[in-house]
Every structure is written in C-alpha cells, then in structure tokens.
Design a protein around this ligand. Sequence first.
Ligand code: ASP
Length: 352
Amino acid sequence: MAEKATSVLMLSLGGTIAMTAGSDAGGVVPNLTAEELIAAVPGLAETGIDVHVQTFRQLPGASLSFDDLTALAALIADRTATDGMDGVVVTQGTDTIEETAYLLDLLHTGKAPVVVTGAMRNPTIAGADGPANILAAIRTAASPAARGLGALVVFADEIHAARHVRKTHSTSGGAFRSPNTGPLGHVVEGTVRLLNHPPHRLTVPLETVIRVPRVGLYTVSLGDDGALLAGAEGLDGLVVAGFGVGHVPQRLVEKLTALAARIPVVLASRTGAGPVLASTYAFPGSESDLQRRGLVSAGFLDPYKARILLHTLLAAGAEPEIIAAAFGACGTGDPARWPWPALSQQPEMQHA
Ligand code: ASP
C-alpha cells in the first residue's frame, strides 16, 4: 500500500510576504491569500509534500494581537489533532515574529513542528525572499527531524528556536539571529540539518490561558527620571529593560520597589544578548539590589520574550511564586522549576 504523503498546513497572517500595491497610498499592503502565496513557490510540487492552506488574517505584523495568536494556537491544536497534519507553517509580518513565535512555542504542546516565516522583501521587488522562505519552512515542518521541537523560525535557510530568535536588522534578508545560541540548524539542498537540540520544551496549557492581562515594557535610558513609570499604574505586570546586566538609575529604585510589591516586575537586559546577573554589583539600582527588592530576573530572556512569558503566565492566572519559578526555569534553563510538566525535546527514536 502506498505511504501517506506528509501533510503540512500553511496558515497566512499577512505581513510583507503577502504585500502588494495598495489602492492609492503608493506603498504595499497585506492582501495576498495563502493560496496566492503557495502558488508563487517554485519546486513545491517536487517535494511530494501535501500542503493545505488557510488565510487566517491579512494584517501587518504590528497589528497582530494576543487574541489573534491565541486563536491561532487553538486552530493549530485542532488541525494537528483532528486532521493529522504532520507540521504547520505560519507566514506573517517579520516585525513581530520574535514575539509571536515564542508565544506559539509556549502554547503548543503537540509534536507537529510549528514553523514561522515571513519575508524582508515584498513580492513586488527584485529578490523577494518569501517563496524561498516558504519552501524552506514547509520542508522543515515536514521533516521528522523537527518533530517535537515546538515552534521554530525558518528564515534564509536557517532554523532558529522560537525562544531564542531575534529580529536584528530592519531590512537585511538575514535579519533573524539567535544571539545567545546560534541557529539550531540549516536547510541544506532542501534537507533539514539540525546541529543542536534544546533539551526541553516549556509550555503553558492553552486551556488555562483565559485572562486578558495588561503587561508593559519599560526601557531605561540615560538620565531617566522615572516619570514615565507613572504609566505603569494600571498594569498587571511590567518588564523593565535595564542597562547591561540589569541596572537602573538610582532614582528609579523606590518607584520600582513600590511597583514590585503590587504587581510582578521582571528585570531584563536591554543589550540584546547575555543574561541578567544576580550577585555581582551591589549599588542602589544594581541587579542584586533590584532582585532583593522583589524584581524577578529574566535571565537569558530578552525584554520582548520576557514580556510574552509574563503575559502568558498572568493570562493563565499564575500567582507570584509561580511566576518567579517559571522565570527561573525559562531564564536560566533549569526545567525543574517550570510549573507544568516539561516536554522532552529529544528527537524521536526511529523504530523499525
Ligand atoms: N516589515 C514587516 C515584514 O517584514 C512588515 C510586517 O511585519 O507586517 O513583514
């Protein structure tokens, strides 16, 4: 009997990859459907992969919401469970991929890989990268090597873990990098080659994510007087992107201490790579001072990913001890502290 072809579901959300000329404004807007995107990919038929498509949203990345992404995670859970999809590709605006992919990684517990991609050059200009990125993403989503890896970002033939990837350039085709780890692997001559396997997936049960918290991000800067922190009053949680290893100006310390007594306040580094430290500096506003005052270390999570994690934990109703434990697990990579069972991320054993 003939073997069933590998099935991949591609869900399009808009973004540059789906943008063509709009009516009068002169620039491009997201108006291509998933069917139109897939029709522009050369060499897809030769892969033998059975690709199903659905236009889920037609938005710029900047306008995607937590509601859109939670609905997307629910659809992915449903289609992979009931329709037997082996993998999923999500195409969207690159502006928010580093956040959306990490949110999907937190909410997706299934084995089917969820591969997020987009384009830096829209379909109307020379060297548009969308078709190549879609093909590499579909190959990755269909690959047995990627099963169980959660959400991935595939761009320019590099495969990145959603939890580590950053958009590091506003226009370059090689904008996606994982500064702390490097890519997990590459798509080489159409074949997925994984060089690294993160040991665990840390996920939050989707059915618990029912609240709608307001979580802010505050970046400190030179001479900051903390006046803008007044805007944090109505928030349920705050991420502070501090200098270096987690430092803020001394004059912010009392305000942050008062906030941390009321809501979870997470301390991340605004540098773009490397961890928040715990016990190296001791001046007022240093990383050790702030953590003693109740701020929670984001560890290796950058400010944007820390905000996604804090939002997800608050949406799941997590109390402060659970939030601290979850950041301990995610930020430092110690899965034993994760409040839900950690899923193995080791490759599946092949049985004869
Ligand atoms: N520059 C963006 C992109 O690459 C626009 C967006 O995020 O929608 O897709």
